[in-house]
Design a protein around this ligand. Structure first.
Ligand SMILES: NC(=O)c1ccc[n+]([C@@H]2O[C@H](COP(=O)([O-])OP(=O)(O)OC[C@H]3O[C@@H](n4cnc5c(N)ncnc54)[C@H](O)[C@@H]3O)[C@@H](O)[C@H]2O)c1
Length: 474
């Protein structure tokens, strides 16, 4: 089939690459000319595991093209996906300016019947608004024919595993309302996704409004599990219980399952924070309240600052003259995405209190520095942020190491080397990567999130500067 995809970001590029890999003829269009130039010169504007190879294969076979020309894209695709960003507005609601502007642009070039598929995460009623924009453009051109059908097909891929998720979906949700075009559109979408339904039917058909809400409900449910586990972990800390044992204990219940039960420094990324906020605002717009989701968001805001609270617990409010290592900047491993990453809050808070930060991320160093440069208002604060070339370089001379993203390369560091090179052997583990007992045996002070660990509870830095301690002893 001929497919056009508007928006060559994380979702658009993965969707385009995967559909091309299934043999479809794909055009990806983006308004960002630099992105399109990068894509046309065999580069990629984002990192996603396997995407480079996928794109190279399909570029070479001539199944995928990139353009900034909307007329070309509208002409090409019998199915046109909208996959542009829907960031939060100030009040938390989803900003639909990109989606609606794309709808108008498509309307300006529409000449024959097209299925317009909304893949962006959008509030209930957006398909209707897209339809209105398209209709308005056709009317301006004096066209009365019904040249389109707008349907909803929310995307559930996860960054870091996006290609696998797209190629092996748990389900494909399609929202399609009754209309004169129903049969034609149903057939086209069946054909488009038929490769995924060969073993068993994965497509779940529903009305458009339910499909739009399904996406928000899924993300809010996942965010709820994370905040719930973080609350239990914080309580475990107070009670001397161990969240990892509790996680295994409850995950074994098949009604609960093992996924998404990890306590940590809170969720970030381009989806959970903005989608929970948008859902809360949608309810308010209806005169209602999402009480659970509001609590989920509050717990997450608190959790993002937890490692800083622990630093303050150990060193006091004034962190000037102290140096902290931060391992991990991206909001999760295997991505370079810094949107709403907990590291941004943590590093800003440390710098504001006068600390020096040496940060390392295996992939998102450049993106992390750019994100923090835009967050920080004072150049002096930014001047105390150093990007290290390696995890060990970041830790060298540090008064504490903060583990923020669970990259695989952080799983098994050489603790002896770390202990020797750090000013204070203190690890504040925001992802519960390490065994508290093992670190205690090695003489490293350790505090995870909700881990049973008496050494960490008893640990106090008597004199903030180890070097001064040894100087005064001599
Ligand atoms: N990133 C994820 O993991 C993920 C997962 C599921 C759903 N989603 C949803 O998918 C949508 C896209 O997310 P993303 O992460 O891919 O966003 P993104 O910011 O990575 O990409 C969006 C792209 O759209 C382009 N764009 C904006 N306006 C345009 C226009 N008028 N014409 C052409 N291109 C335009 C931008 O230049 C950008 O390249 C969002 O609604 C998001 O909530 C994202």
């Amino acid at each position: 089939m001929k497919i056009s995809i508007v928006g060559a970001g994380y979702v658009g590029l993965v969707t385009g690459g995967c559909l091309a890999d299934l043999g479809h003829q794909v055009i990806c269009i983006d308004s960002d000319a630099n992105k399109v130039a990068t894509l046309n010169s065999a580069g990629l504007p984002i990192y996603e595991p396997g995407l480079q190879e996928l794109m190279a294969r399909n570029r070479a076979e001539g199944r995928i093209h990139f353009t900034t020309d909307m007329a070309e894209a509208v002409d090409h695709g019998e199915v046109i996906f909208i996959a542009v960003g829907t960031p939060s507005k100030e009040d938390g609601s989803a900003d639909l300016q990109h989606v609606l502007s794309v709808a108008s642009q498509i309307g300006r070039h529409l000449k024959s019947f097209k299925v317009i598929v909304n893949k962006s995460t959008v509030p209930v009623g957006t398909a209707y608004r897209v339809q209105t924009c398209l209709q308005a453009e056709l009317q301006k051109r004096g066209i009365q024919d019904s040249l389109f059908e707008v349907i909803s097909n929310p995307e559930f891929l996860k960054e870091g595993a996006a290609i696998k998720d797209f190629m092996h979906p748990d389900r494909i949700v399609i929202g399609l309302d009754e209309s004169t075009n129903y049969k034609t559109v149903h057939q086209k979408m069946e054909l488009l996704y038929s490769s995924f339904n060969r073993h068993h039917a994965r497509t779940i058909w529903m009305d458009v409004r339910s499909a739009e809400l399904t996406k928000y409900a899924a993300n809010a449910m996942l965010a709820t599990r994370i905040s719930f586990m973080n609350e239990i972990a914080n309580l475990s800390d107070l009670l001397g219980a161990d969240i990892d044992s509790i996680r295994r204990g409850i995950g074994a219940d098949q009604r609960i399952g093992h996924d998404f039960l990890y306590a940590g420094t809170g969720y970030g990324g381009s989806c959970f924070p903005k989608d929970t906020r948008a859902l809360i605002q949608t309810a308010l717009d209806c005169g209602s309240q999402m009480k659970v989701v509001t609590a989920v968001e509050n717990v997450n805001d608190h959790q993002k600052s937890l490692l800083v609270a622990r630093v303050i617990q150990h060193f006091g409010e004034d962190l000037s003259g102290l140096q902290f290592a931060v391992w991990g900047l991206a909001f999760k491993p295997n991505t370079d995405d810094m949107r709403e990453a907990p590291s941004r809050i943590i590093i800003q808070e440390l710098l504001k209190r006068g600390a020096t930060v040496h940060a390392f991320d295996p992939l998102a160093g450049k993106e992390g520095y750019e994100a923090l440069s835009s967050d920080l208002k004072h150049f002096e604060e930014l001047s105390r942020l150093h990007m290290a070339e390696s995890a060990y370089e970041a830790a060298s001379g540090a008064d504490a190491l903060l583990v923020v993203t669970e990259w695989k390369t952080f799983h098994h560091p050489d603790f002896e080397t770390l202990k020797e090179s750090m000013n204070h052997a203190l690890i504040l583990d925001g992802r519960n990567l390490y065994d508290p007992q093992m670190l205690q045996d090695l003489g490293i002070a350790y505090q995870g999130i909700g881990r049973r660990n008496q050494l960490a509870l008893n640990f106090k830095v008597g004199n903030r500067h180890k070097n001064q301690e040894s100087a005064s002893a001599s």
